[in-house]
Design a protein. Sequence first.
Length: 94
Amino acid sequence: MTPAGMEKIRGRMSEEFVLPADIVAALKRDPQTWKNFQRFPKWYQRIRVGWLDMSRHRPEIFAARLSYFLKMTAQNKRYGQVHDTSIKERSRFR
């Protein structure tokens, strides 16, 4: 994510974040996928899971997003408009 994008979500990042149980269960079905997810930066985990969670009111969209998320996570790949930021910037969101 760009520094400008990170600035916009700064306040939300200090809120407690709880992974939804169904998403955790889906991730844990494959131990390597779960391991990859845990290694992703916290800010990426929040953004990606939030993006998934936003689509719950549309089950077909949620299922498609979850499937793609699991596929990419299994490959240890991040996706979307998310870019690495500087080490200094990333450390502010851990």
